[in-house]
Design a protein around this ligand. Structure first.
Ligand SMILES: C[S@@+](CC[C@H](N)C(=O)[O-])C[C@H]1O[C@@H](n2cnc3c(N)ncnc32)[C@H](O)[C@@H]1O
Length: 423
């Protein structure tokens, strides 16, 4: 039976590959061995290794919180420059070369090729510089935060000497997306996108008694680049807050915000050639000074799948209330009911109630199993015994990394609710 079961075959294959790589039977390279060792190295929150222990927040199931996930993210950052320039060459220059001589002459006259060069310069001189800073900062921090083990110096060495090997592919737009999210979360010009979200969350948090130190816990899944968890952590410094992010790139960029103590520059629209009024808009550069941001002591940042996240429950029901805050998140689920099950699972860790505060759209992502409108979502909570303290559709337009100068601008209305369930 098992031999015909695909996941089992994959698992077995991986095991055999690891054994072969470790034993060096095939003369496998240093980097293969390093990668397999990274797969066996669990990562705890905030870039800390578990040092032989299990990750206490992912106790019951395998998680993506491993050093291999960081290794893969670092490869993708290092591959960014080559992939970006290659994409521009393939899409812009190779297609240009296919045009008639007459078309080419006209385009040259209006500076088409010069503009493409300026975009490539922006990639090299703006975005790649920041990408290099992110990678170096993460590698240094891993080394500094953890007892110096061989694996971390090997990791540093393969990236410094550029002898790394990319084991998992990653479309380049994911790097661009992570870089754009840095701006959305940490640049002042995007305050207007964050403030309506924060103000709803803060209004709803006021309805919960959080005065009893350490008796409330806040969990923020799908935390992205982490600005909202940062603001909530500052405001509620007496409460422990866990943010959980699935994307290795977003997680590393979020850690970078707190670790890097200087200015960075980013051009988020560079590699996107549509809907610009002028080249200058496409080349727009944003400066951010990261020196003032210190990670709040009450905030733990986790890399991993929210659906597998657990609260260590040696002392079960250690909280009065647990508050789960979801921002632009619920529509990312493959099965939204899995998120609800996970949120409800926290009932076992609290004496009183699990609260759920949500704000965001319902724009379903890749291959959703279930797609609910807001009214159906309200009904689903009701039949599962959730009691709403608030539920509304706010039709004020809120942007999400919206380029105000673009010929195309996307805005969302927000589905907001605050609901609670008795433990
Ligand atoms: C649309 S973004 C919103 C980010 C952030 N909440 C904000 O408002 O800026 C959704 C985020 O959820 C993350 N995500 C998706 N599925 C997840 C899961 N199962 N566990 C944790 N994070 C997840 C994605 O990687 C992405 O960063």
């Amino acid at each position: 039976m098992l031999r015909t079961y695909d996941p089992f075959k994959q698992w077995l294959l991986k095991k055999i590959e690891r054994i072969i790589a470790k034993s060096g039977i095939t003369g496998s390279s240093v980097v293969d061995t390093l990668y397999y060792n990274c797969q066996d190295t669990p990562l705890s929150h905030d870039l800390q290794l578990c040092n032989g222990k299990q990750n206490e927040y992912y106790a019951t199931s395998a998680s993506s919180a491993s050093l291999a996930n960081i290794y893969n993210g670092l490869c993708h950052l290092h591959d960014y420059k080559g992939n970006c320039l290659r994409n521009i060459d393939t899409v812009m220059l190779q297609r240009y070369a296919m045009l008639t001589k007459k078309n080419q002459r006209d385009l040259k006259k209006i500076g088409y090729l010069d503009n493409i060069d300026k975009v490539k310069n922006g990639v090299i001189n703006v975005n790649c510089k920041t990408v290099e800073k992110i990678s170096a900062t993460i590698l240094n921090s891993l080394d500094k935060t953890n007892d110096s083990t061989g694996i971390l110096s090997d990791l540093k060495a393969v990236f410094e000497k550029k002898t790394y090997k990319t084991f998992e592919s990653c479309p380049n737009y994911r790097i661009t997306e992570a870089l754009s999210h840095i701006i959305r979360d940490w640049h002042t010009s995007f305050d207007k996108e964050r403030e309506p979200l924060l103000s709803y969350i803060e209004d709803q948090l006021k309805k919960i008694d959080t005065s009893n130190n350490k008796r409330t816990l806040i969990i923020m899944p799908g935390s992205g680049l982490g600005r909202i968890p940062y603001e909530i952590s500052l405001k509620y410094s007496n409460i422990d807050i866990h943010s959980i992010e699935f994307s290795n790139l977003a997680y590393m960029c979020n850690e970078f915000i707190y670790l890097y103590e200087d200015k960075i520059q980013l051009s988020p629209y560079l590699t996107y050639f549509s809907n610009h009024v002028s080249l200058n808009d496409q080349l727009s550069t944003f400066d951010i000074n990261l020196s003032g941001y210190v990670k709040p002591a009450n905030l733990k940042i986790h890399l991993g799948d929210f659906n597998k996240f657990t609260i260590p429950n040696e002392n079960a029901a250690q909280y009065d209330n647990i508050v789960v805050i979801t921002v632009f998140f619920i529509d990312t689920a493959s099965n939204i009911i899995d998120y609800i099950d996970t949120i409800e699972s926290f009932k076992r860790n609290c004496l009183n109630k699990v609260h759920w505060i949500n704000v965001g759209p319902l724009k379903y992502g890749t291959k959703p199993m279930v797609q609910l409108d807001s009214k159906s979502f309200d009904k689903l909570r009701k039949i599962r015994n959730w009691k709403d303290l608030d539920s509304q559709i706010d039709h004020t337009n809120v942007g999400y990394m919206t380029d105000e100068k673009s010929l195309y601008k996307g805005y969302y209305s927000l589905y907001k609710f605050h609901s609670s369930i008795q433990s």
